[in-house]
Design a protein. Structure first.
Length: 357
């Protein structure tokens, strides 16, 4: 079932659920918001934009937008609702976008606003965007609804790509957690297409740094276990593509000193589906495993050093220590976190190989 059919099915379900209410909502009488975006204007104003699906007579779907500037989020929604000839409902919200300037000033109010809306589900995707969020929502993406299109990119890359799982529920948990800081996908609009650009790192609710696109695979293996993935490697005159990747993390905590030490051992298994270079044999496999490990270990060290320098606990080290150390002191942890020893090492096991060129 494709996304457009899924959207229509959800609309039908929504109508059935609300059919018993005193004020029955009919599809022709409402506008369902599937995407919302916010752009920083100044210290007192923000521009909010919403995207709604428009169903054409030929059964294809396009999108329409409403945009306005206000001081308060609820005020903004009220203004947008006044521009539409139908009520704007958020029960089908798929994605919320925040431009970098909004994220740098803090997104807690935006998360709290979504969380307090009973019609908004906890699985809504969130992302930081380079440029203006309005531009992302105003583009026409073939015959797809904008909210479905952008959320589909994130969902696919979380299930079968290099983006860690993130949604409203998880980010609120991380925000309130003493031992982890939240992070969100970072998107860019290029050639009229939405593309993954990296991961936005937050200290509290403020965007303070990023993980680059090239470091995404390493970052994901640090924060969650992989169930499927692809990782290309290009070294000198040879290239290999590691696929069907499975990864697991194992933490070792040494609490014998005044400051705990954490080692993260990562096991990765995968198969070589395509290889370009010398004739494939056991020695070549061993060399590729070593090269994969060398590349990833360097990425791990850069990521850990950057998060410590930014004083952001994107890897959730505090939560790990709290689960392993009795009467763990979070207040003291914040002081020594930037200087503590955190090491990550990977062991790559290539289980089989396929096409060689």
């Amino acid at each position: 079932m494709n996304k457009n059919h899924l959207l229509i099915l959800n609309l039908i379900i929504l109508l059935v659920v609300t059919g018993c209410s005193s004020e029955q909502n009919i599809i022709d009488d409402i506008d369902l918001v599937t995407a919302v975006g916010y752009d920083y204007i100044d210290e007192s104003h923000v521009r909010g934009t919403v995207s709604i699906p428009i169903f054409k007579p030929d059964k294809s779907i396009t999108s329409g937008t409403f945009s306005n500037i206000s001081t308060l989020l609820r005020e903004n929604r009220s203004k947008l609702d006044s521009e539409s000839n139908k009520p704007l409902l958020s029960g089908r919200l798929e994605i919320a976008l925040y431009n970098e300037e909004v994220a740098r000033h803090g997104i807690y109010d935006y998360l709290d606003y979504l969380n307090r809306d009973p019609s908004v589900g906890s699985q809504v995707f969130l992302a930081v965007v380079k440029g203006n969020a309005k531009d992302y929502l105003s583009k026409k993406y073939e015959t797809q609804d904008t909210g479905i299109y952008i959320s589909g990119i994130l969902e696919k890359n979380m299930k079968r790509g290099t983006i860690p799982k993130t949604n409203l529920h998880q980010m609120l948990y991380k925000y309130y957690s003493k031992g982890a800081d939240l992070f969100l996908p970072l998107l860019v609009l290029r050639d009229d297409k939405v593309k993954i650009n990296g991961i936005a790192l937050f200290k509290g609710d403020k965007y303070v740094g990023k993980i680059s696109f090239k470091e995404l695979f390493a970052f994901k293996t640090l924060v969650e276990d992989y169930k499927f993935g692809i990782y290309p490697l290009h070294v000198q005159k040879s290239s290999a593509d590691l696929e069907n990747i499975q990864s697991k993390r194992h933490y070792k905590v040494d609490n014998t000193g005044s400051i705990p030490k954490v080692n993260i051992d990562i096991e990765i298994e995968g198969v070589i589906r395509e290889y370009k270079g010398t004739k494939m044999n056991h020695q070549v496999i061993q060399r590729l495993e070593n090269q994969f490990e060398e590349r990833l270990n360097k990425d791990y060290q850069r990521i850990i050093s950057r998060t410590q320098a930014l004083k952001v606990d994107s890897l959730g080290i505090g939560d790990i220590l709290n689960s392993r150390i009795r009467n763990f002191d979070f207040k003291r942890y914040k002081d020594y976190y930037p200087e503590m020893s955190i090491e990550a090492r990977v062991n790559v096991n290539i289980t089989e190989y396929g096409v060689a060129q």
